[in-house]
Structure formats: structure tokens, C-alpha cells
Design a protein around this ligand. Structure first.
Ligand SMILES: Cc1ncc(COP(=O)(O)O)c(C=O)c1O
Length: 419
């Protein structure tokens, strides 16, 4: 459920007309709905209420401080994958004992930073990484809690770029080698090996891949316990799919129904790392039509948002519903919606049936709250968009639009090079 709706042909976010936000803050503009974020978080939380669980909001999906803070206020932890994300989440008064840290290439500095913060655990992706964490923890006089991320070799039936738990993906340790690797790590003095983790992909719409993964993880947990490695936490990652177009994703309670029997059998605390499920449909990207151009073969709606603002269509061939924020009539036409970037790959929609639009009108790209702003870049020296959070009839600018000065911050024309 989300809180973006048309009232008398005008788009609202909660109690706020979106047109007001476009006028006040300009475009391109990301707008997030607080009620939607909270609704999604609570749906998952309630679905798992019968077991001991911790939701660690996956910050990579949307790392705006205000969004993280809204989740923290709900009791959420955080799943981070870099020192930068850890830095961010620590700014929100999060309880560090609710932070998990994944990623295949954690550096010494990042490991030190996480140990210093006393996070809940590292999701370790290789034996060399476990050895590094052990050594650094020893030097710091600490014991690091770790889970190994296991690659269960399961096909999540999603886009190849967001498939992460199949043989050949760079993530985690091979399920067939897992028992041996866990044992070796458990023998290291500055590691407390307490978790099994798997994240098999993103935008997963069926429960079957989770069944398949858990069917492989449960015997591993039992084997580890038998050999004296006391696994207390089972982390099944994120990956829950959402509706962008006409998908029929599993609902939170379907997902819980599938997962709960395994969790109960394991006797573990359950950790979850949802990202897209919480933020995806809680955000829209607003853009202004600069020109409408007709060629012999196509219509182009050229807008002021581009692939640098929302890369998902170019990168994943992703679909985002696009509508004017004021629907003036029922006329429709087919067009590509494109940005001003000098790439043919710069598009937001291709051959899309759209409401007819005029120069100067505003369009909303829906379901842009996850992997939207966080994947934005400055390509073509375009300042990144502003972000606004709406809560009931209130709203606030939660990230300023970048300026041209921001674009060159840190650059110098070095005299040392006689330039
Ligand atoms: C380790 C890990 N956990 C959680 C997530 C969040 O995934 P999603 O946004 O699909 O829920 C990701 C996404 O890539 C991830 O890599």
C-alpha cells in the first residue's frame, strides 16, 4: 500500500499536493512518503511477530538520513555495505547493536570503524576476510561477531544483475565448502561465529527461492551445531519484490508463512534485510517536460530528469509507471520519455502509452524510492536532485539540490602541474 493518490485528477503525497512541492523545490525532485515507509516496515514486523526477529533496513536502497531515521524510530536496525553507509546510520541515533555489515570487499579502515562502533555482526563473504577481521579485532582487543554469507546456489528468477545467490556470483561462500570454512573461522581466537546469512537476490516475487535457500541452510546450521559452532542467528537477507507494473509479488504474510517453519525449526533469532520492499513504492521522482519532440518514427518527451537521476530503466531495463501530476484529459500517445544526457541509453521509458503532455508540465515516475537517488551520479555535470519527505500535511527538504559549486568541490587546477 502507498500513500500517493490522485484526488480530482491531481496527485497527492499523503495530504500534500505534489504540484506544490514541484513549485517550491523545483525538479528533478524525489518525494518520499513517511506513512508508506512505516506501513511497509510494520507489515513485515507484524508478519514475523511470533518469532524473535530483527529487521535491519537495507540502507543501500535509500540512504537519506531522514528515511533511515524514520526506520530507526520504528525500531529498525540497519544493513550496511560500506564505511559510508555505516557513517550515515550512526548519525541517526541507531542502536549500533542492530547494525549488520555485508559486502565482499571490506577494507581494514571499514572493519576498524565497525568494531569501534560495536555493531551487531559482520556478514563475512570469504575466509580471507574472516582472517582479516580476526586480526584487526585482536589488535583492538575485541572479539568480532560474524555470520558467514552463504551462497546457496539458488535461482531467484529475477534480473541477472540482481541475482546474488547463484554459483558464479561473487557473493558469499560456496554452500558445499561452508561447513569447513565455518569450522576454520570458529577456531580463530577473536571471532565469535554466531550467524548464517544468505541474500539470494532482489525483486524476488515468489516464495519458492526462499524455500530452496532455507532447505539448504537448515542442514548446515544443524551440522555446525553438532560440530560445536553455536549458530544463534539466521539472516535471510532482503529481496522481497514489489509492484512496478503488473507483478504479483508475495505479500509479507505469504513470505512469513514460508519462512517461519524453518526459523522455528532452527531455534535461531531471525534477521531480515529488506530494502526495496520498504522504500520502493514510498518514493516518486518528479520531472518537468522541457520539450515534446516528434520525429518521423517516434515521439520523445524530453524531461529534466535523466539516467543520472534514475538509472534503473537504462541499467536494468526497469519499468516505472509515468503519469502527469495533473491529469487534464484522457488523450494518449506513444512516446519515449528521455533525459537531456548525451547517451541513447538515457531513457526513463520506451514506447510508452502516456497521457498527452505539454512543455512545462510535471511528470511523476512512480516506485522510485528504492535504488533511485542512491544510484544517482553527476554524469554530464548534472547536479543531483533534491529530496523531500512528506509526513501527513507536513513536508521538509531532506536533501538540498546540488549546486554547480558542489560539482567542482575538491577539484583543483594544480599549479604544481604548471596548468
Ligand atoms: C546483503 C544484502 N542485503 C539486503 C539487500 C536488500 O535487498 P532488497 O532491496 O531487494 O530488499 C541487498 C541488496 O542488494 C543486499 O545485497
Amino acid at each position: 500500500m502507498d500513500f500517493f493518490e490522485y484526488r480530482h485528477h491531481e496527485l497527492y503525497c499523503e495530504q500534500v499536493p505534489v504540484a506544490r512541492l514541484c513549485e517550491e523545490f523545483g525538479t528533478p525532485l524525489y518525494v518520499y512518503s513517511h506513512a508508506t515507509l512505516v506501513d511497509h516496515y510494520r507489515k513485515l514486523d507484524v508478519a514475523f511477530e511470533e518469532v524473535d526477529h530483527l529487521i535491519c533496513f537495507s540502507v543501500k536502497s535509500n540512504s537519506n538520513l531522514a528515511v533511515i531515521r524514520a526506520m530507526v524510530q520504528e525500531g529498525s536496525g540497519a544493513d550496511v555495505v560500506s564505511g559510508g553507509e555505516l557513517f550515515r546510520v550512526l548519525k541517526t541515533d541507531i542502536d549500533p547493536s542492530k547494525i549488520v555489515f555485508a559486502g565482499v570487499g571490506k577494507t581494514r579502515a571499514e572493519i576498524e570503524q565497525a568494531l569501534q562502533a560495536d555493531i551487531l555482526m559482520f556478514n563475512v563473504e570469504s575466509m580471507p576476510e574472516a582472517i582479516a577481521i580476526n586480526q584487526i579485532a585482536g589488535e583492538m582487543g575485541k572479539v568480532a561477531r560474524i555470520a558467514f554469507r552463504v551462497n546457496p546456489d539458488v535461482d531467484p528468477h529475477t534480473h541477472r544483475h540482481i541475482t546474488t545467490g547463484k554459483k558464479g556470483n561473487k557473493f558469499g561462500i560456496d554452500i558445499h565448502m561452508a561447513a569447513k570454512i565455518f569450522q576454520e573461522a570458529a577456531d580463530l581466537p577473536y571471532l565469535n561465529v554466531c550467524g548464517v546469512h544468505a541474500h539470494i537476490g532482489s525483486q524476488i516475487t515468489e516464495v519458492e527461492p526462499y524455500h530452496a535457500a532455507l532447505q539448504r541452510l537448515l542442514p548446515l546450521i544443524e551440522e555446525l551445531r553438532t560440530s560445536g559452532v553455536n549458530i544463534t542467528d539466521l539472516n535471510i537477507g532482503g529481496g522481497l519484490g514489489i509492484i512496478y507494473q503488473d507483478e504479483q509479488p508475495q505479500m509479507a504474510h505469504d513470505f512469513a508463512k514460508a519462512v517461519l517453519p524453518y526459523v522455528k525449526r532452527s531455534g535461531c533469532r531471525l534477521l531480515l534485510e529488506p530494502g526495496r520492499f520498504i522504500t520502493g513504492n514510498a518514493g516518486i521522482l518528479l520531472a518537468r517536460v522541457i520539450y515534446v519532440k516528434q520525429t518521423e518514427t517516434k515521439n520523445f518527451v524530453i524531461v529534466d530528469a535523466a539516467m543520472n537521476d534514475l538509472v534503473r530503466p537504462s541499467f536494468y531495463e526497469a519499468y516505472h509507471k509515468i503519469k502527469p501530476i495533473l491529469i487534464q484529459n484522457d488523450d494518449q500517445f506513444i512516446a519515449d520519455v528521455v533525459g537531456p544526457i548525451c547517451e541513447s541509453g538515457d531513457f526513463l521509458a520506451k514506447d510508452r502509452m502516456l497521457h498527452s503532455v505539454q512543455q512545462g508540465e510535471y511528470l511523476a515516475m512512480f516506485s522510485a524510492g528504492a535504488y533511485g537517488f542512491v544510484m544517482a551520479s553527476n554524469y554530464n555535470s548534472r547536479p543531483r536532485a533534491a529530496e523531500v519527505l512528506v509526513k501527513r500535511d507536513q513536508y521538509a527538504l531532506v536533501r538540498e539540490r546540488e549546486t554547480y559549486e558542489d560539482l567542482i568541490r575538491g577539484e583543483t587546477i594544480s599549479p604544481a602541474l604548471e596548468l
